[in-house]
Design a protein around this ligand. Structure first.
Ligand code: ADP
Length: 447
């Protein structure tokens, strides 16, 4: 097992990884920008290294600075968390070339899944159902029109290098197609330096359901059930639950089996998530994330399995210590992503936290680096806390979440706490009756 792990991230996920390491007897090295000198993960880590100025490009994305910090601190391994360098196959290779272990899958698997066209092709070849669409990049408008005509409008133009909902444009009719293609290409080029796009059927009102898998590369592959991440704004997840109100045990087993079989044949190693859209009882693969997900705690709550610990064990060459039959799903869990932004306008609201009181009690978990007096810097993602609630049933979970939200105090900045209160009080949410478009309709942004 590793003696020392460098955490190449910030905020709540840096703290999350620190906690798993400490419980495994592993020393931690935090890296931070000058904007994060007072961050909780820096305070708690055994060692910390400043790697650059606030701009992420010069700090959390600064590969030479991060690898140098790991070498100088004599770390054995680097955990990338999510975002930043977590899905950068070149970073994974460089880490390994320096004699360090990258806590994640192989660079080849990261590269394959990072190209969404290659990922979809690979999954289809492995028997995973996917959204109908072009079977490769589409460069000519005439070719796009022919493919869109075949699959039927509306269609969605997506960037091969996509992520965070960027480079995605809907064409309702053939007349919209040229401008949608042009916009998707230029957005993709600006965001991912790659303007290749592909076409998918635009589903009317699917749910987003994803399957968490763990694989040790020795033929042991398990799934930890699904998460329903349909509550989204601008293709970004806002609230997630496990299990999905739309699935029963049979459907869960079925999609879990399909995912595990594909992952086993790929020879994939470490944690991963297969994302699907689910409509009219059918699953359609959209992408695979080769990293820890923000919403992993809901899965931990219903399985009792520490996913970060398993990532570290697998990276250290240890086999999975359990089989599929050992995974027992218990109760229901919901996560609310609390962002430093207005619940009404969604304008970012960085600044000083004047008062902070996280909720507690049975079945309540808060993953956050907040404390009173801390200043949320304006330079990074607005996620400041995750509230995760577990209950024996979905109803118990909802009642507990309601009271936990009422207990939660974050003063000095605006947050999305009020938005969560609004969501969970709505009859549709209480009934589990929502799809990926529901939230935007609720907040008046349907479009
Ligand atoms: P990204 O990598 O940018 O997050 P994804 O492929 O994961 O892109 O899609 C993000 C979200 O966009 C999905 O959760 C879903 O809400 C929506 N979406 C993606 N593909 C489709 C589709 N074919 N039809 C309808 N909605 C889609």
């Amino acid at each position: 097992m590793f003696d020392k792990v460098l955490i190449a991230n910030r905020g709540e996920v840096a703290l999350r990884i620190h906690r798993a390491c400490k419980e495994m007897g592993i020393q931690t090295v935090a890296v931070h920008s000058t904007a994060d000198e007072d961050a909780m993960h820096v305070r708690l880590a055994d060692e910390s290294v400043c790697i650059g100025p606030p701009a992420a490009r010069q700090s959390y994305l600064n590969v030479p600075a991060i690898v140098s910090a790991a070498v100088i601190a004599n770390a054995d391994a680097i955990h990338p968390g999510y975002g930043f360098l977590s899905e950068d196959d070149k970073f994974a290779s460089i880490v390994e070339e320096h004699g360090l272990c990258f806590i994640g899958p192989s660079a080849d698997h990261i590269a394959m899944m990072g190209d969404k066209i290659a990922a979809k092709r690979a999954m289809i070849a492995l028997g995973v159902p996917a959204v109908p669409g072009s079977d490769g990049p589409v460069s000519e408008d005439a070719e796009a029109a022919r493919i869109a005509g075949e699959i039927g409008y509306p269609v969605l133009i997506k960037a091969a290098g996509g992520g965070g909902g960027r480079g995605m444009k809907v064409a309702e009719t053939e007349a919209d197609l040229p401008s949608a293609l042009a916009m998707a290409r230029s957005e993709a080029k600006a965001a991912f330096r790659d303007d290749s796009v592909y076409i998918e059927k635009y589903l009317h009102g699917p749910r987003h359901i994803e399957v968490q898998i763990l694989a040790d590369g020795e033929g042991n592959v398990v799934h930890l059930g699904e998460r329903d991440c349909s509550l989204q704004r601008r293709h970004q997840k806002v609230l997630e639950e496990a299990g999905s109100p739309a699935l029963n045990d049979d459907r869960r087993d079925e999609i879990g089996r399909i995912a595990c079989a594909a992952i086993e044949r790929l020879g994939y190693r470490n944690a991963g998530t297969l994302e699907f859209l689910y409509e009219d009882g059918e699953f359609y693969f959209i992408e695979m994330n080769t990293r820890l997900q923000v919403e992993h705690p809901v899965t931990e709550a219903i399985t009792g399995i520490d996913i970060v610990r398993e990532q570290i064990r697998i990276a250290a060459g240890m086999p999975l210590g359990f089989r599929q039959d050992d995974v027992v799903f218990s109760g229901h869990a919901i996560e609310c992503r609390i962002n430093a932004e207005s619940s009404e306008t969604f304008a970012p609201s960085p600044g000083r936290i004047t008062d902070y009181h996280p909720p507690g009690g049975l079945g309540v978990r808060v993953d956050s680096g907040l404390y009173a007096g801390y200043s949320v810097p304006p330079n990074y993602d607005s996620l400041i806390a995750k509230l995760i609630v577990h209950g024996a049933t979905r109803n118990e979970c909802l009642m507990r979440l309601r009271r936990a939200l009422q207990e939660c105090v974050i003063e000095g900045i605006e947050t999305t706490l009020a938005l969560h209160d609004r969501i969970i009080s709505h009859a549709d949410f209480i009934n589990g009756d929502y799809d990926i478009k529901w939230l935007e309709a609720l907040v008046g942004e349907a479009g």
